[in-house]
Design a protein around this ligand. Structure first.
Ligand code: IPD
Ligand code: CA
Ligand code: CA
Length: 261
């Protein structure tokens, strides 16, 4: 049984890291960027934000393990924090205003709590399993659009794993011709939260890691949406492919994904 007030503490922790990220952006320069791999960027901001978040979460729930993007290593435990300290690093580095802190708590393979703090818009999205989804205190719901022809789609373009590019282009081609358009926001956690609050109607991406999707996907599910992998199965957390919709678009959207990939 989890402690009372856990969610509030996690929200505070995400906002503290967000305040640090916001402050560092003010005089951030490209000289501070390190290259992890092809188009895979990082800086001290990601690493220090991660250290801050991990320290706070260790105090909040000492028995939990960590699955975290940058430096923190830990064995898997009964409860595990899944953390992306700065989702949207490329946006952050180039000064494009959409990047977020993403914190989720996993228990027995399920995400039971998720917080996504979108730093530049000061938007805090959060959910606990079976308790609904919220944005800055107000309940959020997915959109009620029923056809692809009236929908806006979010995705992330591949930046270093091009192994499925032809399949990806096939899906893009269909969505370009049969929807209101496609958005590449640049932070998967934000893509998912924008779906949860009805700004976009469906989202898909391959090659994401658990820390990119854990919190945001719970928020989608709690806002009335759906999440699956590209075969329509449930392996979206560790399976490196995710497709989410407002639920009403499930059949039409996932058929395009299945036929493309
Ligand atoms: C990235 C963002 C982006 C997605 C990338 C992710 P990062 O995370 O979520 O939208 O397309 O594949 O790696 O590296 O900024 O934490
Ligand atoms: Ca990320
Ligand atoms: Ca990151």
């Amino acid at each position: 049984m989890l402690q009372e007030g856990l969610l509030e503490k996690v929200i505070l922790c995400a906002k503290e890291a967000g305040a640090f990220i916001r402050k560092e952006r003010l005089d951030f320069s490209y000289q501070k960027v390190e290259i992890k791999g092809l188009n895979d960027l990082v800086s001290y901001v990601d690493k220090r934000a991660e250290a801050m978040i991990v320290k706070s979460l260790q105090e909040i729930l000492p028995e939990a393990g960590f699955i975290v993007e940058e430096n923190t290593k830990s064995e898997k435990r009964t409860y595990n924090w899944i953390v992306d300290p700065l989702d949207g690093t490329t946006n952050f580095i180039h000064g494009v205003p959409c990047y977020a802190v993403s914190v989720a708590l996993e228990h027995e393979g399920k995400i039971i709590l998720g917080v996504v703090y979108e730093v530049s818009r000061d938007e805090c999205f959060y959910a606990e399993k079976s308790k609904g989804a919220f944005l800055n205190g107000a309940t959020i719901k997915v959109s009620s659009r029923q056809t692809l022809s009236e929908s806006l789609i979010a995705t992330g373009f591949p930046i270093y794993n091009f192994s499925r590019l032809d399949d990806y282009f096939a899906a893009l081609k269909h969505f370009m011709q049969h929807t209101h358009g496609i958005r590449r926001i640049g932070a998967a956690a934000a893509d998912l939260c924008y779906l949860a609050c009805g700004r976009v109607d469906a989202f898909f991406e391959y090659n994401l890691n658990p820390w990119d999707v854990a919190a945001g996907a719970l928020i989608v599910l709690e806002a009335g949406g759906t999440a699956c992998d590209f075969s329509g199965k449930n392996n979206w957390l560790f399976g490196k492919e995710i497709s989410c919709t407002n639920s009403l678009l499930d059949a039409e959207f996932n058929a395009v994904i299945r036929n493309s990939f």
